[in-house]
Design a protein around this ligand. Structure first.
Ligand code: ADP
Length: 280
């Protein structure tokens, strides 16, 4: 079942320049979707539309309805840069305030702190937390009420690779509990590691979107392999078009070396950017 649907979405902040152009997108319940794009492409604008912070007639549907109202906010959580924490209060106290707002049982607090790896820091004041710990706390706050969808805007931006990896593991745990995750990222490796589906957004246009495996297969079509023959001479072959030549080369050499790397999301991103996509 699709929990997020954008149908031919156009959006402009000033009624003149379209920031988002003809966007069609469907996200299935239970998956992790990653939206990749350069700065200014429109990723945050999409999250704001999906979380009811911006409004656009009826082209935006979450749970098959316009994203607004109490019931909607009970079912979503979001982690965005702009949302602050109470610095002098502890992790536990910050979540306690949130539990009162969401009318959530306080017993959930320790469970969520444990889930994000902050159980032993429950009584630490926020101003004493590292940036990775702050991010963990923001995630705990976002999932305190066990939302059906969690929205994350650049959730690992500015974190060191080891901390980013730990945070990615938390997202996989959240997914295991049945939560759908929508995240934006600059980090293609992150999307490749944890997402089921991906969208590439360039200058407000969703130029490629779908299951990661299917997209990779599509771009694998023109994949080249390097072949080094028994005299050390290197040749390149298109894995589909030059299949016969490649087989001939294998047959006519006693020893050879073949190097074929699988296509990564980064390769696809670069290819899309170079291939005349209206990149920002
Ligand atoms: P991203 O998240 O991909 O970096 P944004 O959604 O933040 O992109 O921004 C997309 C475009 O919309 C940018 O050109 C940005 O300057 C513009 N923009 C963002 N917020 C506003 C706003 N409140 N008013 C006018 N323009 C905005």
């Amino acid at each position: 079942m699709a929990v997020i649907e954008l149908n031919n979405l156009n959006f402009s902040y000033d009624n003149k320049n379209n920031i988002l152009k003809n966007i069609d997108l469907k996200i299935e319940e239970g998956e992790i979707f990653g939206l990749i794009g350069p700065s200014g492409a429109g990723k945050t604008t999409i999250i704001k539309l999906l979380t009811g912070q911006l409004y656009s007639k009826d082209n935006v549907k979450v749970f098959n309805d316009i994203p607004k109202g109490k019931l909607f906010y009970e079912q979503i959580g979001f982690v965005m840069d702009s949302i602050g924490l109470y610095e002098r209060l502890t992790c536990y106290e910050n979540l306690k305030i949130m539990s009162m707002i969401h009318n959530v049982n306080v017993l959930n607090i320790m469970e969520k702190l444990e889930m994000v790896g902050l159980k032993d820091d429950a009584n630490k004041a926020v101003y004493k937390l590292s940036s990775g710990m702050r991010q963990r706390l923001l995630i705990a706050r976002g999932i305190l009420h066990s939302p059906r969808i969690l929205f994350l805007d650049e959730p690992t931006r500015g974190l060191d690779p080891a901390t980013a990896k730990d945070i990615q593991e938390i997202f996989l745990k959240i997914k295991d509990e049945g939560t759908t995750i929508f995240l934006t990222s600059h980090n293609m490796q992150e999307v490749e590691n944890i997402c089921d589906s991906v969208g590439f957004l360039f200058n407000g246009e969703l130029v490629e979107c779908g299951k990661i495996n299917a997209i990779k297969e599509k771009y694998e079509m023109n994949k080249r392999v390097s072949f080094i023959d028994d005299e050390g001479v290197k040749s390149e072959y298109d894995i589909k078009k030059d299949k016969k030549e490649l087989i001939d080369a294998i047959k006519s050499n006693n020893s050879f070396y073949i190097n074929s790397e699988t296509v990564s999301l980064e390769d696809i991103f670069i290819k899309l950017k170079r291939s005349g996509v209206n990149a920002s």
